[in-house]
Design a protein. Structure first.
Length: 213
C-alpha cells in the first residue's frame, strides 16, 4: 500500500508542476481567467497532461484507501473524481462566444462532478481518520464553499441576470476548489502513510492498530 500512496503523491506533485508551468508561461489573469481557457495557449498541452496526472494520483490513492478498509462510497467518490479529472483534460472546453459543443458539455459537467466528489469523500473520510482528520474536514468545507461561488454565476445568468466577465473573480474561486481538493487528496495519502508506518511498528512490537484511525 505504501507504494500506491507514494506513487499517487508523486503523480499529483508532477501534475502540480505541469499546472504551475502552464500558468507561468501563459501569462493569463488567475483571478478572472478560468483554468480551462489555458488549453488555448501554445503550451496548452500541459493542461491535459496535468489533469491526467491528477487522475492517476487519484486512482492510486483510491486503491490504497480501499485496501485500508474504507467504505465503498469513499472509494467510489475518489474514483469518480479521478475519472472526471481525466475527462476534463480529454474533452476541452469551448472557446469564448462559441455555442456549447459535446466536448464543452462533457468538460463542464465532469468538472462539476469532480468539484463535488472530492469534498464529499473528504467529509466521509474525516470521520474515520484521527490523523489529519481536522485538516481534511476544513479543506473539504472550503472546497464546498468555493464550489458554491463557482456555480453561482451560472445560476444567476440562467435566471436572466447579466453578469460581466469582471464582476466575479471566477478564476480565483475555481483555483481555490482545485487547490483544496488536491490538499484533501494529499492529506488522506499522508494520513494513510503515517497510519501504515504506525501499524508496522506495532506489529513489530506484537500489537495491532487500524489503518483508518
Amino acid at each position: 500500500m505504501k507504494a500506491l500512496l507514494v506513487s499517487g503523491l508523486a503523480a499529483n506533485a508532477a501534475g502540480t508542476v505541469a499546472m504551475l508551468a502552464l500558468h507561468a508561461r501563459a501569462g493569463l489573469d488567475p483571478l478572472y481567467d478560468v483554468i480551462s481557457t489555458y488549453a488555448f495557449h501554445e503550451d496548452g498541452w500541459l493542461l491535459p497532461t496535468s489533469l491526467t496526472l491528477f487522475a492517476v494520483g487519484g486512482v492510486l490513492t483510491a486503491e490504497a484507501v480501499r485496501r485500508a478498509g474504507a467504505g465503498g462510497w469513499v472509494v467510489a467518490l475518489l474514483g469518480a473524481w479521478s475519472v472526471s479529472m481525466f475527462l476534463i483534460g480529454a474533452f476541452p472546453t469551448d472557446r469564448p462566444g462559441v455555442p456549447l459543443s459535446l466536448s464543452g458539455g462533457i468538460h463542464r459537467y465532469a468538472a462539476f462532478a469532480a468539484f463535488l466528489a472530492m469534498p464529499a469523500a473528504g467529509m466521509l473520510l474525516a470521520r474515520t481518520q484521527a490523523r489529519y482528520g481536522r485538516a481534511v474536514r476544513i479543506l473539504s468545507g472550503i472546497a464546498l464553499g468555493a464550489l458554491v461561488l463557482v456555480v453561482t454565476p451560472y445560476v444567476v445568468r440562467m435566471a436572466g441576470v447579466p453578469l460581466g466577465d469582471g464582476d466575479i473573480p471566477a478564476g480565483l474561486t475555481q483555483r481555490i476548489v482545485v487547490i483544496t481538493e488536491l490538499g484533501v487528496l494529499a492529506a488522506v495519502a499522508l494520513s494513510l502513510l503515517r497510519a501504515s508506518a504506525a501499524r508496522a511498528a506495532q506489529r513489530s512490537q506484537g500489537g495491532v492498530s487500524p489503518i483508518l484511525a
